[in-house]
Design a protein around this ligand. Structure first.
Ligand SMILES: [Zn+2]
Length: 212
């Protein structure tokens, strides 16, 4: 872009770093330590009644947003599906954009893909159902109804990444009585303030700042 002669490919390697942050104690005293988060190993706890739980590789990695990096407005799942599974049955919306990314998980070639995944965007007469049979990114804009999401055929492992640009994962669901309900889910984590307690998605930790 522009007439700039600046070429990133021609910059020499920088000197060795002078300030490694190597221990938890160093991190606690560092300026940016809260921005670097090692993912915990998660065990899936959500499978509808009667469904087998071996559709996904365990442990799984999730980034749970602001409860893990203060101020993050970003949630990310990293799941590898190995069997057909009806993941999301209920239509819903989000207050921010969501991206759903489907890649082959026969690493290292993400284009080695052999699966059939059904995904619906829109509601009622507007609803359109897409069949995903190759590496694909879907953008679901804020407010747009989507799902069901059904992994109908999984002949090779699929890496599924769901990205939501909110501090905690949650959606707006229409109830049978015509009202709507916001539901939040922050994973099978411990409470950040009470190690005895499971996270109940109360949202207290979302108020924290990374630089405080
Ligand atoms: Zn969604």
């Amino acid at each position: 872009m522009g007439e700039s002669k600046f070429d990133l490919r021609k910059i020499p390697k920088p000197e060795e770093p002078k300030n490694y942050i190597l221990t938890d104690a160093a991190r606690a005293n560092s300026r940016f330590g809260k921005l670097v988060f090692a993912l915990p190993q998660e065990r899936n706890e959500i499978a509808a009644e009667g469904d087998p739980e071996d559709f996904v590789v365990k442990p799984q990695a999730y980034f749970r947003g602001a409860s893990q990096i203060p101020g993050a407005e970003f949630n990310q799942s990293f799941q590898i599906f190995v069997k057909p599974f009806f993941l999301d049955r209920v239509q819903h919306r989000h207050i921010k954009d969501e991206y759903l990314i489907f890649l082959g998980a026969s690493f290292p070639n993400v284009f080695d893909f052999d699966a059939k995944i059904e995904f619906t965007i829109g509601k009622g007469d507007e609803a359109e159902t897409y069949l995903i049979t190759q590496p694909t990114v879907v953008r679901v804009p804020a407010g747009v109804y989507h799902c069901p999401l059904n992994f109908k055929e999984v002949n090779k492992p699929v890496l599924f990444l769901a990205t939501l640009f909110t501090p905690m994962f949650g959606g707006i669901y229409d109830l049978p009585d015509g009202t709507t309900k916001e539901l939040y889910y922050n994973g099978p984590m411990q409470c950040k303030y009470n190690k005895e307690k499971k996270c109940d998605s109360c949202g207290k930790c979302l108020q924290e700042r990374w630089d405080a």
